[in-house]
Design a protein around this ligand. Structure first.
Ligand SMILES: Nc1ncnc2c1ncn2[C@@H]1O[C@H](COP(=O)(O)OP(=O)(O)OP(=O)(O)O)[C@@H](O)[C@H]1O
Ligand SMILES: [Mg+2]
Ligand SMILES: [Zn+2]
Length: 311
């Protein structure tokens, strides 16, 4: 129960009936509901209960000035303590998602890209807008039907001959959604970087061995292979890449490719037809518009900045 009121306060209350009423109201309210949350609520908490960090500082006014006790169940009873807010689980989940995306190697400029924000209206011709609409719809359907796609080990192959059409952005958006919705592990591999990463392991004392890197790209649940067949690989790189692809096909692991070669034309770069036939089996080809949004962005950025320089 609540503490008796001190003599000093009793005297003050005698002289000031308004204060006396207020004090009584507070005491009555605390007596009927002695548990108070002391954390200042903020909009950062989806329930507006905590300050957005997932913890609530609670005070039990009925235990003020009482010593901590252990109840019959062995539980420590105290006057103040911290407990999880309702948002705590979501916060932890969000942190895990952020960590996964951080480690995935998805280019930071696309870390927040979504399929929803893929702007079909950016392309100038109706043909290109139609192509973009089909690609966007397929991406959204792929995410929606990921469990079925996964069962068949099917991924996507985003193709346009023109650079800057939005292939990497759309592939990254799909990956972002798969992490958020299905909690998958993702790795992003720029096809040409595989060589440099593996090469590094030969001539320095790096802890990561070739097989570790290759194993990671083989086994990760969803792999994005960006810019496949953009450069001619060495025989060695082709062998490693074949090894990764073969393993992923056999284990029905989802792979998203981007390339400026069609699957049919992969043979121009990878002379050994085994790779082409595997990629064909493990992905569905999606045509992206033959128009560069990167060039559009560059033009409008430059026009703006030229104004600063020459205006
Ligand atoms: N539909 C779109 N809506 C908004 N931004 C887009 C869209 N398509 C592309 N972009 C932007 O255009 C730029 C180029 O996109 P991206 O890097 O995905 O192209 P790419 O096809 O992968 O190019 P490359 O063939 O050179 O690898 C990026 O800044 C991206 O954000
Ligand atoms: Mg790209
Ligand atoms: Zn909260």
């Amino acid at each position: 129960m609540l503490e008796p009121i001190s003599k000093v306060i009793q005297d003050m209350m005698k002289d000031n009936p308004v204060l006396a009423k207020r004090m009584n109201d507070v005491r009555e309210s605390l007596a009927s509901n002695p548990i108070e949350i002391l954390t200042t609520p903020s909009d950062d908490c989806p329930y507006q209960k905590c300050d957005g960090k997932g913890w609530l500082w609670i005070k039990d006014w009925s235990r003020q000035n009482k010593k901590d006790e252990i109840d019959e169940d062995g539980k420590l009873i105290r006057a103040e303590w911290w407990e999880h807010c309702k948002c705590y689980e979501q916060l932890i989940k969000q942190r895990e998602i952020d960590k996964k995306l951080d480690l995935s190697g998805i280019p930071p400029i696309f870390s927040n890209a979504t399929v929803h924000s893929y702007d079909v209206g950016k392309y100038k011709t109706q043909d290109n807008r139609d192509t973009a609409t089909i690609a966007k719809k397929a991406a959204a359907k792929f995410i929606e039907n990921y469990p079925a796609m996964k069962e068949h080990g099917k991924g996507l192959y985003l193709y346009s001959e023109i650079k800057g059409s939005g292939k990497t952005r759309l592939a990254s958006s799909i990956a972002n959604a798969l992490v958020k919705m299905y909690d998958v592990d993702i790795a992003f591999l720029k096809a040409n970087d595989l060589l440099s990463q593996i090469k590094k392991t030969f001539n320095n004392d790096s802890d990561t061995t070739e097989s570790e890197i290759v194993r990671m790209f083989r086994e990760v649940e969803v792999l994005i292979v960006d810019d496949l067949a953009v450069e001619k690989p060495t025989d060695f790189a082709e062998r490693i890449f074949y090894d990764i692809t073969d393993y992923r096909l056999e284990h029905k692991k989802t792979t998203l490719f981007t390339s400026n070669k069609t699957i049919e034309n992969l043979g121009d770069i990878y002379k050994d037809g085994r790779l082409k036939s595997r990629v064909k089996k493990m992905s569905i080809e999606i045509y992206m518009p033959e128009e560069s949004i990167r060039d559009q962005e560059a033009e409008s950025e430059n026009a703006e900045l030229e104004g600063l320089l020459f205006g």
